[in-house]
Design a protein around this ligand. Structure first.
Ligand code: ZN
Length: 624
């Protein structure tokens, strides 16, 4: 990096402060007896939590209480935030008024409008079961899963569906409300079933709520106590419950095929459900094998309030403020950048089999007999093929194991994260605080490594099936810009995106992950200057290019950076610098999607990583 570039770039215009402020959100969980609020930052870390009694029965006081609570927290935090509220009911899209609330004083009021007025900003409101699902899908047990079904098994039964980080919400605002469907595949003694307050009989809720379990057992024992007893009757009651839960969830899996189902509510504490129910549900699921995972909640009772905060997903954060393209980035953009290495599917597709030079026999001796030579070659090939098949089997078994154990491997990190959060909120002396900060860095690096390993094993186990849809590229890049906006500020780097108006046709989640890994990598190596994401059309494809003003990559290292665990300039393998797996994942993803990725670099000036995505063809929208 030339010496003067840092001083020049440090004068780049500062971002508008409002952009920064919007990266925090407050979630409010409006309960019948207590109102809880939490402030989280853009990474989901909890920054402040407050709990006060709910002003029961008084709508005006409810509005005032939420407004005062929000303002008091913002004063404490010293920043303005976005606000989401979870309520025991829902806002009817037809009337704009609260309906289905057991806190009856809310019914018939335009709660969202009144709160927006009181807090002078837009306020998002959702049902508490939806908030639970959103919390677990955003940064809980279902984090990263494209489709998550969150289930509340408590005094009532409800649910919410989250698709790609957003709540599914239809014209009736009842998505996921499966508690009042009939219990599927009922046994003779389950017909017509208990009467339900909704006016029908045999609803799922009348079998799967906590009170229903107690009623079914017949001894007045609470669900929690049943789970801890080891007498025959308790075992039978729980077995009936599990059979019913498996049928009810099989119905949901047949309908929306979620990647993860997260249980919440009091009955989610019954640990054996996570083992017994998935063992049972296969017989009703219309699939030869079932990949759906059944998970306990990560945030448990906190999910209502955290999910309310996530009603403002990170992707809604404003893109970074416009600023001048730094000269250093412009230089990378304008100048030709040999050498380039292409990593096409063909060049990495592998080896030429047993016909390479190593397999050729020595000249002389048997080589003189063409028939024998032919047989020997065939034998060698067969042996090689057998050895290769055996190695592939072992490798596949390892990958399958890792993919299957992925949840269990992640869980210790979740627990550590939680304990660390507890420690961080306690008062600390200086040395302890420093040690905690180091501990967090190490833990996050470990978690990142594990995540990357699991991603790779998922690829190798062949369980990643692209879900191809058509979507515009610009919002995806805007989302990335939102995610990395703060990182750029923190490191004093400029960061800009130049998307084009184009619709691509590929797997959105995988495409975003590829782009994110490239951006992440650029930030890892760039010390000053900036990073730029640009797009260009190239025939039937679009190039997404990530330019950086990092140290660049020597020509002889260009191929190696795509190998697992290879890190440039990191011979000491400093884990905090990342893992050297990001680019390897990009390459695997690109090949899975039938796309190409390559890099061009000029040492001392910077690099550009390019990945292709297929443009949607005009007729592909008419597919059935
Ligand atoms: Zn019902």
């Amino acid at each position: 990096m030339p010496h003067d570039s840092k001083s020049r770039l440090s004068r780049a215009p500062a971002p508008r402060t409002t952009d920064l402020m919007m990266n925090w959100r407050i979630g409010v969980d409006l309960g019948g007896t207590k109102t809880e609020a939490v402030a989280i930052d853009g990474t989901g870390r909890e920054r402040l939590r407050r709990r006060i009694p709910s002003p029961g029965g008084d709508y005006g006081a409810t509005i005032a209480t939420i407004a005062q609570l929000g303002e008091a927290m913002e004063n404490e935090l010293g920043r303005r935030t976005r606000v989401g509220v979870g309520i025991p009911g829902t806002i009817s899209p037809a009337t704009g008024l609260v309906k289905n609330a057991n806190s009856t004083w809310l019914i018939g009021h335009p709660l969202d409008q009144d709160l927006a007025e009181a807090l002078s900003r837009p306020v998002r409101i959702a049902n508490d079961a939806d908030c639970f699902a959103l919390s677990e899908a955003s940064d809980g047990a279902g984090a990263g899963a494209p489709v998550v079904f969150g289930v509340i098994l408590g005094t009532g039964v409800g649910g919410g569906i989250v698709v790609n980080g957003r709540l599914l919400s239809g014209p009736n605002a009842i998505a996921g409300e499966w508690g009042h469907n009939p219990l599927p595949w009922p046994l003779d003694d389950e017909r017509p079933g208990p009467t339900c307050y909704c006016g029908r009989s045999g609803c799922i809720e009348t079998f799967l709520s906590g009170p229903a379990l107690t009623h079914d057992d017949g001894r007045g024992v609470t669900a929690r106590d049943l789970a801890s007893r080891d007498d025959d009757q308790s075992a039978q009651s729980l077995a009936r419950y599990e059979h019913r839960l498996a049928r009810a969830l099989a119905h949901v899996i047949n309908l929306i095929d979620p990647h993860v189902i997260v249980l919440g509510g009091g009955l989610s504490n019954i640990e054996r459900l996570y083992e017994t129910v998935p063992r049972l549900w296969g017989r009703w699921i219309f699939s030869d094998n079932v990949q759906t995972r059944l998970c306990p909640p990560r945030h448990g009772d906190s999910s209502g309030v955290r999910g309310a905060a996530w009603l403002w997903p990170v992707s809604d954060d404003p893109p970074p403020a416009a600023s001048e393209v730094p000269a250093a980035v412009r230089a990378v953009l304008m100048e030709p950048m040999p050498p380039t290495i292409w990593l096409t599917r063909e060049s990495t597709a592998g080896e030429g089999g047993a016909t390479g030079p190593g397999a050729a026999p020595q000249a002389g001796t048997e080589a003189d007999d063409p028939a024998k030579l032919h047989i020997d070659l065939q034998l060698t090939r067969r042996e090689l093929a057998a050895a290769k098949a055996e190695a592939a089997l072992a490798d596949a078994a390892k990958s399958r194991f890792l993919a299957a154990a992925s949840h269990d491997l992640r869980q210790p990190f979740q627990a550590m994260n939680l304990y660390l959060q507890v420690l961080e909120t306690l008062p600390q002396e200086d040395r302890a605080r420093k040690a905690l900060a180091l501990l967090r860095t190490s833990m996050e690096a470990g978690e990142e490594l594990l995540q990357a390993l699991l991603d790779i094993s998922a690829f190798e186990a062949g369980i990643i099936a692209p879900n191809v849809t058509r979507f515009p590229i610009a919002p995806l890049l805007d989302e990335l810009a939102g995610e990395y906006h703060c990182v750029a500020l923190e490191h004093g780097l400029s960061f800009r995106t130049f998307p084009v108006e184009a619709v691509v046709e590929t797997d959105r989640v995988l495409a975003k992950r590829m782009c994110r890994n490239l951006v992440h990598n650029a930030f890892r190596y760039t010390r000053d200057g900036g990073i730029l994401i640009g797009c260009r059309r190239r025939g039937a494809r679009i190039l997404v290019q990530v330019f950086d003003t990092g140290p660049g990559i020597p020509a002889d290292k260009l191929q190696m950076i795509f190998e697992d665990f290879y890190q440039l300039d990191n011979p000491a393998r400093d884990r905090s610098k990342g893992l050297g797996l990001g680019l390897s994942i990009v390459q695997r993803t690109a090949h899975l999607l039938g796309q190409d990725v390559w890099v061009a670099s000029r040492p001392g000036h910077g690099s550009v990583f390019s990945v292709t995505l297929p443009l949607a063809t005009s007729h592909s929208g008419n597919k059935p």
